[in-house]
Ligand binder design. Structure first.
Ligand code: MN
Length: 207
């Protein structure tokens, strides 16, 4: 058995309907996230024990320490494993609305207002070429939150950034319901954001 297991969803597959459909959620979780998990475990099996003994968050944050022959596999599948477990937690039934508390103040500080943040996040994430993620991250260097687009499954952690809120824009995340209409999927995704989870990640990231 591998080091990592597919984490259960914190809600049922149909919980995010009609914004994200149950069939997409089930395939995304049981097939895509499962595959990243399995391939992460397979890559870790080929790593030296000092890497195997580290948590995946620490490995991604120090990706250059991974041996060259496994670096790409860990970057992709370790990123995929970690990104998706954040993504599930970032959403909930009856979510959405505006951020509140300390994360709301940080968003206002970086972007000017919540609506300016939403516009920046949406327009930049729509434009990601091919597969990737849009992220709200915490930058420990500037001590501010920032928007960051990442390609494929590469984690923001590989650039020293702490992921707070991610929007998966791989076609597997929306194609069954939205086909080529990525902007419609992103619009719907705002309705299911779990701001409490984002806020807790922000509070932890600042420490
Ligand atoms: Mn995905």
């Amino acid at each position: 058995m591998g080091k990592y297991e597919l984490p259960p969803l914190p809600y049922s597959y149909d919980a995010l309907e009609p914004n994200i459909d149950a069939r997409t959620m089930e395939i995304h979780h049981t097939k895509h996230h499962q595959t990243y998990t399995d391939k992460l475990n397979a890559a870790l099996d080929k790593c030296p024990s000092d890497i195997q003994n580290k948590d995946i968050v620490e490995i991604l944050s120090n990706i250059d320490q991974v041996p060259a022959d496994q670096k790409s596999a860990i970057n992709f599948n370790g990123g995929g494993f970690d990104n998706h477990r954040i993504f599930w937690q970032n959403m909930k039934a009856n979510g959405g609305g505006e951020a509140s508390g300390s994360i709301a103040a940080a968003i206002n500080d970086s972007f000017g207002s919540f609506s300016a943040f939403k516009e920046k996040f949406s327009s930049s994430t729509v434009l990601i070429q091919g597969s990737g993620w849009g992220w709200l991250v915490y930058n420990p260097s500037s001590k501010k939150v920032e928007y960051k687009s990442m390609p494929n499954q590469t984690s923001p952690r590989t650039e020293g950034l702490i992921p707070l809120l991610g929007c998966d824009v791989w076609e597997h995340a929306y194609y069954l319901k939205y086909q080529n209409k990525r902007p419609d999927y992103i619009s719907a995704w705002w309705n299911v954001i779990n701001w409490q989870d984002v806020s807790e990640r922000f509070d932890k990231a600042k420490k």
